[in-house]
Write a protein that binds this ligand. Structure first.
Ligand SMILES: [Cu+2]
Length: 203
């Protein structure tokens, strides 16, 4: 009888052990972006496009874009729609931040002004799209903000690799955004493990 009980407890433990991680299991999407006619596979945004019937709360934590050594850091920033970006200045010169439009819509263009080292200005980005960020003091400075509708996104590293973690199982539309390349749209199915994807971005 004792052995039967032990067996039953073991069986229950096994089932629990299998079920508990399964509930928090979420796969992901990882892979590599290759480029044709573009100088680098770095800084390409890969993201899950809007999911019908699903709306994500904007993150409470602010995203930071620094202006350091006369550059926007990072060069490409991707955020979930509704996120607030804190623009900081780490240089000893004053920097300005403005974007002429969002996805070509000039009504969504905005100038945050110019401010010195140590200060910051914040802005909430509510509309999906992309913005080219500029500094009117230093015309050589440029950066990009990509605003997407899901929290499932990544920016490629130097060799074009990317990984999007914590994507629940399902079939999605994967999209890219890049400074110089055309948009790539590709379906992807995520099971309980990580999906591997190869994408090619062309000029
Ligand atoms: Cu500047």
């Amino acid at each position: 009888m004792k052995r039967v009980m032990q067996g039953a407890i073991l069986a229950v433990s096994l089932v629990v052990a299998l079920l508990v991680p399964a509930r928090s299991w979420a796969g992901g999407i990882k892979g590599k972006v290759s480029v044709q006619g573009i100088k680098s596979a770095e800084n390409i945004v890969v993201y899950v496009d809007a999911i019908a019937g699903k709306k994500f709360d904007p993150p409470a934590e602010h995203v930071v874009i620094d202006q350091r050594r006369m550059a926007f850091v990072p060069h490409v920033t991707v955020v979930l729609r509704g996120a607030t970006i804190d623009f900081v200045n780490s240089d000893s010169v004053g920097h300005n931040v403005y974007w002429p439009s969002i996805s070509g819509n000039k009504k969504l263009g905005h100038n945050l002004g110019t401010w010195p080292k140590g200060e910051k200005k914040s802005f909430q980005f509510d509309v999906p799209g992309f913005a080219s960020i500029l500094c009117n003091v230093h015309p050589e400075m440029s950066g990009y903000i990509v605003i997407v509708s899901t929290p499932y996104f990544a920016v490629t590293d130097m060799d074009g690799s990317f990984e999007i973690k914590g994507v629940p199982p399902g079939t999605y539309t994967l999209k890219t955004w890049s400074e110089d390349g055309k948009v790539v749209t590709q379906p992807v199915t995520v099971a309980s493990s990580t999906a591997n994807v190869e994408l090619t971005v062309k000029k």
